[in-house]
Design a protein around this ligand. Sequence first.
Ligand SMILES: C[S@@+](CC[C@H](N)C(=O)[O-])C[C@H]1O[C@@H](n2cnc3c(N)ncnc32)[C@H](O)[C@@H]1O
Length: 315
Amino acid sequence: MPLSTALVTTDRPARYLKQLVSHLGHKATTRLSGNSRGTVSLDAGTCVLTADAEGLRLIVTASDTEGLTRVQDVVARHLVRFATQETLNVDWTEPVAGEDLETLDPVVGDYLLAHCTPPDDALRELADTTRETTGGASTMQVSGDEGALLTMLTRLVNARFAVEVGTFTGYSSVCIARGLADDGRLLTCDISDEWTSIGRPSWERAGVADRIELKLGPAIDTLRALPAEPAIDIAFIDADKANYPVYYEEIIQRLRPGGLVVLDNVFLGGRVFDPAYQGEHHIAMRRLNDLIVGDERVESVMLPVRDGVTLARKR
Ligand SMILES: C[S@@+](CC[C@H](N)C(=O)[O-])C[C@H]1O[C@@H](n2cnc3c(N)ncnc32)[C@H](O)[C@@H]1O
């Protein structure tokens, strides 16, 4: 689907956002989320509006370029009309195909992989076994650079208790377990006995099996069964995307001050940028990405590592 964006520079982005969403409410499906985010869905396509310190950000998608031009025109005309005390410029980018958005150029990706601490024999074997036994599902495994990042973050927060949501064959489990303090422990959750069984022998080979406790069952039950006190030092969320907001909430309540939540796949393969994607998990991920920025309990940064990684540190 074609997609185009514009940044409208103004000191009053929230005001224009609200005005546009409420004005178009009679001829379009509109939604306002707080003061800083809104959606306008016309027959021809959709515009997502976000207000931030730089101005009003617009992302328009439509099924064809004709529809895209129509939505751009409706949005721009109204904004310019609303601005009685200033002149607004709405300069749209050239349309690109939303689903073709590359969040990381493959050349850069390969260079990054070649310039981080390489996986050792145990991790390499686990990656090979995962590829051979799970086929296409093996792409769920974190990459070597993300694994190295997990080990480093776990070390940096001096973690003694780590929680992982989404074990698969346990590559990321090994990476986290390796960064733990000597007496540290990782609780990792998954629903699949089949996939986690593939990885278990590698935990032995990697020398971390005694630090890892695997809990099979819906992760939400495992998290809710944990004591309410803030004992988690680091958590890694990498499972069913629609449930990320619930996992985040359960974890944040149990995270110690200074502890870290790491969320994987926050770009959803680029679909999080493209409002044409309105599946349950797309909506949940966009909302969570927005929620974390405004969550007073944490300070956060979103990294363009692979499919997007958010780090949220509890204040
Ligand atoms: C992306 S994979 C995890 C990859 C893993 N972190 C790695 O690096 O190898 C997602 C995992 O989440 C698990 N999963 C999906 N829904 C779940 C749920 N409701 N509770 C627990 N685990 C779940 C799947 O079985 C799958 O193994």
